[in-house]
Design a protein around this ligand. Structure first.
Ligand code: SF4
Ligand code: FES
Length: 343
């Protein structure tokens, strides 16, 4: 096993591990935006730059594998300046609307902005703005805030089985959008809210109604008797409730300490159960162990649930059976509406 030194700490790690994970094992945190352990790294954002002794250019920690004897610096002046440059670039067009953004308080851009951002912006040009478009009645889309990490696209393709969102246009006109004007009843669409590291995709149901630092976060799972669609909810309702004075303000996936989802949750659990009586509280759920790889895709989860429900004789006993995730409907308001509708 290679031994590497990260910020002066020696650590022995498995062969092929990236600098990012080796650093985590050494107790050193490297910032990330586009990296998500569910997907192969793409190196889109460059906030994870680190210095490797003997290598001329800074390297991205999320994709560079360690080798024996490597000496890495994640926090020296050169690295700091590079990350500050990345932050300046990302903030060139980002609106300063944290006071009204629902992501404030759990936004990676905001957190690293405090650490690496310039106190004064140098951009004297107009910021780009996109017309208000939306993803239907559940997901609020603010493209002015997007940092183009592509996490949402990869989630839709790899885990929801939906191939209809992508990066449209080029340069500073780039935006997340749809190639077709249709709604996708994937039943898992709300997960793009949790995977977005900034406030570009947020929960429309909780919009402007609560601040996340006021909420009490309680792990819970949906009661079987409350499920309208047990095929999705059986493996899709291990959620985190956001409570304020005993009232549910939002439902999200459970996150680890790096804000990575433990698993996906279905749209029914996320958007349709705001009554505490529908939930079983699971205080002892593990929400700290870091997630190192992705869960099963939605289609597999549904197949597993369908098989089990069939064996238990519960599938057709008056239950609603869900359509397969890839089936496209043009009905507005079901799942992710990808039309360019005005809010
Ligand atoms: S919408 Fe969010 S998740 Fe998607 S690319 Fe933009 S910042 Fe990333
Ligand atoms: S997190 Fe490494 S390039 Fe984005």
């Amino acid at each position: 096993m290679p031994t590497v030194t990260i910020d002066g700490k020696q650590v022995e790690v498995p062969d092929g591990l990236t600098i990012l994970w080796a650093a985590r094992k050494a107790g050193v945190n490297i910032p990330t935006y586009c990296y998500y352990p569910w997907f192969a790294p793409q190196g889109n954002c460059r906030i994870c730059l680190v210095e490797v002794e003997g290598v001329g250019k800074l390297q991205i920690g999320c994709q560079t594998p360690v080798r024996d004897g490597m000496v890495v610096h994640t926090n020296n002046e050169r690295v700091f300046k590079a990350r500050r440059g990345v932050m300046e670039f990302l903030l060139l067009h980002h609106p300063l609307d944290c006071p009204i953004c629902d992501q404030a308080g759990e936004c990676d851009l905001q957190d690293y902005g405090y650490k690496y951002g310039f106190p004064v912006g140098r951009n004297r040009h107009l910021r780009r703005t996109f017309p208000k478009t939306d993803y239907g009645e559940k997901i609020s889309k603010e493209m002015n805030r997007c940092i183009h990490c592509r996490r949402c696209i990869r989630l839709a393709e790899d885990y929801m089985g939906v191939h209809h969102i992508g990066m449209l246009n080029r340069g500073d006109h780039s935006e997340i959008g749809s190639y077709i004007e249709a709604a996708i009843p994937s039943g898992w669409a709300g997960n793009v809210i949790d995977i977005c590291p900034v406030g570009a995709l947020t929960d429309k149901k909780m919009r402007f109604s609560a601040r996340v630092w006021d909420l009490e976060h309680v792990p819970a799972r949906l009661k079987e008797s409350a499920m309208k669609d047990p095929v999705k909810c059986r493996y899709g309702s291990e959620a985190m409730l956001g409570l304020y004075r005993g009232k549910i303000y939002r439902v999200t996936a459970r996150m680890d300490e790096h804000r990575v989802m433990k698993s996906m949750i279905c749209d029914e659990a996320r958007f349709e159960h705001y009554d505490l009586d529908d939930w079983i509280i699971e205080e002892d759920a593990d929400i700290t162990t870091p997630v190192e790889s992705g869960p099963r895709p939605a289609r597999e989860l549904e197949e597993m649930a369908r098989k089990e429900l069939e064996e238990e004789g519960k599938l057709n006993g008056g239950r609603v059976e869900s359509p397969p995730p890839s089936e496209i409907s043009s009905a507005p308001g079901t799942g992710m509406d990808l039309g360019r509708q005005t809010e």
